[in-house]
Ligand binder design. Structure first.
Ligand code: NAD
Length: 250
C-alpha cells in the first residue's frame, strides 16, 4: 500500500487524531495539506512532517465558513493540479447532559462536526469528479453509531456524518470516488486529556471497558485512514469502520 504523490488534505490536523492521520499519510508518501483553524499548531505539524523527510504544508482554515473552504480547496487544486484525498477530521464537543446544553453549543457542534464535512465535500467533489477519481474519509465517532451519554447533539452530528457519507457515496460511486467513515473510539488526544482533568477515573474506566485494554492512539486512526485513502481500498465505499479496540462491534 502506498500514497506516493497523492495530494491529500486533512482538516484539523494540528494536534490529536488529525495530526496522527497527517503523519501516517506522509509516511505512506502523500503530500499532506494541513487545513487547521489554529495557524500555529498547523504550521508546527507540517514542519514536523518535513523534518522527518515527508512532504507537507499548512493552510489556515475554518471549516465552518463555506466560502473560505471553497476558496481554499480551489487554491489547492490551482497549485497542485488536483486533490486526490480529503480527510474530514476537524471536530469539537462540550460534553454535558443534554438538558443543560444550550442552543449556542448545539450550533457550534453542528457547524464544526457536520456542516464542516458538508462544506469540504461540496467544494472538493467537483474537482474529483472532473479527475474521475478521489477518496474521501470522514472521521465520525462511535458516539454517532451507538450514542454516548453527555454527547447528545455531537452524537447526532456524527450520526449525520455517517448518513451523509453513505448518501453522497451512492451519488458519486460511478464517478470513481469512494467515501468512507472511520469512527474512533476513546483516543488519547488533547480532547480526552482535557476531560480527564475534571474526571480523574475516566482513563482507567475507559481502559477497563475497552476489550483491548487501552485507549486508541492517533497512529491507530492514521493507519486505518491511510488504508481507506489508498487505491488498495478502491472497491470500498459507503462503509463505517470503528477503530476502538473492540469497544463497539458490528
Ligand atoms: N479523541 C477521541 O476520543 C475521539 C473519539 C471519537 C471521535 N473523535 C473525533 O476525532 C476527530 C479529532 O478529534 P481529536 O480528539 O483529535 O480532537 P482535538 O480537539 O484534539 O483536535 C481537533 C482539531 O480540530 C481543529 N479544529 C476545531 N475547529 C476547527 C474548525 N472550525 N476548522 C478547522 N479546524 C478546526 C482544532 O484546532 C484541533 O486541532 C474529531 O472529529 C472528533 O470528533 C475523537
Amino acid at each position: 500500500m502506498n500514497l506516493n504523490d497523492k495530494v491529500t488534505l486533512v482538516t484539523g490536523a494540528g494536534q490529536g487524531i488529525g495530526k496522527g492521520i497527517a503523519d501516517s499519510l506522509a509516511e505512506y508518501g502523500a503530500h499532506v495539506i494541513i487545513a487547521e483553524i489554529n495557524e500555529t499548531t498547523g504550521k508546527e505539524a507540517a514542519v514536523e512532517i518535513e523534518s522527518r523527510g515527508g512532504s507537507a504544508e499548512a493552510i489556515q482554515l475554518d471549516v465552518t465558513d463555506y466560502d473560505l473552504v471553497k476558496e481554499a480547496i480551489n487554491a489547492v487544486v490551482a497549485q497542485h493540479g488536483r486533490i486526490d484525498v480529503l480527510v474530514n477530521n476537524a471536530g469539537w464537543d462540550l460534553p454535558e447532559p443534554f438538558l443543560v446544553s444550550t442552543p449556542d453549543t448545539w450550533a457550534k457542534v453542528i457547524a464544526i462536526n457536520y456542516l464542516g464535512v458538508v462544506h469540504t465535500c461540496h467544494a472538493a467533489l467537483p474537482h474529483m469528479i472532473e479527475a474521475g477519481r478521489g477518496r474521501i474519509v470522514n472521521i465520525g465517532s462511535d458516539a454517532g453509531r451507538v450514542g454516548s451519554s453527555g454527547e447528545a447533539v455531537y452524537s447526532g452530528a456524527k450520526g449525520g456524518v455517517i448518513a451523509f457519507s453513505k448518501t453522497v457515496a451512492r451519488e458519486v460511486a460511478r464517478k470513481g470516488i469512494g467515501i468512507n467513515v472511520v469512527c474512533p473510539g476513546p483516543t488519547d488526544t488533547p480532547l480526552v486529556a482535557d476531560l480527564a482533568t475534571t474526571n480523574e477515573g475516566l482513563v482507567k474506566a475507559l481502559e477497563r471497558a475497552i476489550p483491548m485494554g487501552r485507549l486508541g492512539q492517533p497512529s491507530d486512526l492514521g493507519a486505518a485512514v491511510a488504508f481507506m485513502a489508498s487505491d488498495a481500498a478502491g472497491f470500498i465505499t459507503g462503509q463505517t469502520l470503528s477503530v476502538s479496540g473492540g469497544l463497539t462491534m458490528a
